[in-house]
Design a protein around this ligand. Structure first.
Ligand SMILES: [Ca+2]
Ligand SMILES: [Ca+2]
Length: 410
């Protein structure tokens, strides 16, 4: 629905109890508490209900979990929703949004087009407010014509425009379905989203209704054709997770009754690209597990496929920044300074072959070096690790591996 401009109000309801740790799950069996939620626009907590917009004309709202959540390895999100108080049939619905927009938890979409469901910009009256670097699942309750061309007035539709501003026009959909049971019937319905890298699955009232090929790092394909890229993830792993909604001249209560999220992977994640050594080796770094504050498990970093008989080190930093190692190098520095070196080691193996290795016992290094970068660690803190080794004929006489992100567990 097209609607008149309005001024958004911004309500920040951050609890003083919010942890600095990057939580990997949350659960709101109801909204008797809104701890860790950031509410924007017209979103409110009404009793035990999260009212993303009330049944009034030209509303928009967004609700974000206050901290980024790991999505890269998979997750499950469950919510119960209800559309009530429909006037003129009701509009425009809700959207579940995963984003790394520059506005972080202040992100909110168009004030002038309810069809943008609180996450996108009005193509007829652009205001630069489409949520960038995002993926959204519309629970769309209003069938708009040009320029949106919704598939129906009761459909689920995944929208993304890669790292650019998201868009509610159906040409930006990577998958949609109109389920056989209409969710605009005024009743409470259940939605589950499951992501395993490569596939998004949507269950509606317990039934699988939509499966979509998508990967957060490599993207997917618009249903009308054309590849769309993935997103820039926070620390290579995470996004803000939230729910948006809007109304226009046609309106309804856009309510959420419960909401749970759980990352399914707490394992290390690799990123960046290894340089190619003089002998053609691409050193590959990984780790067996994330470290924990309680040292509950071994955390061993392994670098394989290293050129044999080379000296090198594993080093790490607290932030990612991918940059060329030199203008003529095939390697990238995948972290932002300052960096922390660990022990010098020799790759072993055979000179000129790719059978060398480096290893690092992360826990032992941290225990032995209490002054090392990042120490003392906190739950949710990340370290980005990479290997560096000598390669005299190469640019800068050295090359680098890819990188691995470790996330501290409690
Ligand atoms: Ca619509
Ligand atoms: Ca739509």
């Amino acid at each position: 629905m097209l609607c008149s401009p309005r001024t958004a109000t911004l309500a920040l309801l951050c609890s003083a109890l919010a942890s600095s740790a990057r939580a990997q799950s949350f659960s709101y069996p109801d909204f008797s508490t809104s701890t860790n939620l950031v509410l924007n626009g017209n979103a409110t907590v009404a009793g035990n209900i999260l009212r993303v917009t009330p049944a009034a004309a030209s509303q928009r709202g967004a609700v974000w979990y206050a901290q980024p959540l790991s999505v890269v390895g998979g997750f499950q999100l469950d919510l119960r929703f209800q559309f009530s108080g429909q006037v003129f049939g009701g509009a425009d619905g809700l959207a579940i949004v995963f984003q790394n927009d520059p506005r972080t938890t202040a992100a909110l979409g168009s004030a002038t087009a309810g069809s943008c469901i609180g996450y996108a910009d009005n193509p007829a009256n652009p205001a630069g407010v489409g949520i960038q670097n995002s993926l959204a699942l519309e629970i769309d309750t209003y069938d708009a014509g040009s320029p949106f061309f919704d598939v129906s007035g009761a459909d689920f539709s995944w929208h993304t425009n890669g790292t650019l501003a998201n868009d509610a026009r159906e040409s930006f959909s990577i998958g949609w379905v109109t389920p056989s049971v209409d969710f605009t019937d005024g009743l409470v319905h259940a939605l589950s989203i499951q992501y395993v890298p490569g596939t998004l699955s949507v269950k509606y009232d317990g039934n699988l209704v939509l499966t979509t090929n998508y990967n957060f790092t490599t993207g997917g394909t618009w249903t009308g054709g054309g590849a769309v890229g993935g997103l820039n993830l926070i620390n290579g792993t995470s996004l803000y997770v939230g729910i948006t909604g809007a109304t226009g001249g046609v309106y309804e209560n856009n309510d959420v009754l419960s909401w749970n999220f759980s990352s399914s992977s707490t394992g290390p994640s690799t990123y960046c690209t290894a340089g190619t050594s003089t002998a053609g080796c691409n050193a590959s770094i990984n780790a067996n597990a994330n470290p924990s504050l309680s040292f509950a498990n071994a955390c061993t970093i392994s670098v394989t496929n290293v050129e044999g008989q080379k000296n090198g080190i594993v080093f790490y930093a607290l932030n990612q920044l991918v940059q060329p190692w030199s203008p003529t190098s095939t390697s990238f520095l995948c972290v932002k300074t300052p960096t922390q070196r660990t022990l010098s080691q020799t790759s072993g193996g055979t000179a000129g072959q790719c059978n060398g290795t480096f290893t690092l016992d992360w826990n032992a290094f941290q225990l032995a070096n209490p002054g090392a970068l990042g120490n003392p660690w906190t739950a949710g803190a990340t370290a980005h690790c990479q290997a560096w080794y000598r390669d005299p004929p190469a640019s800068k006489t050295t090359n680098l591996s890819n990188a691995v992100t470790l996330t501290y567990q409690p």
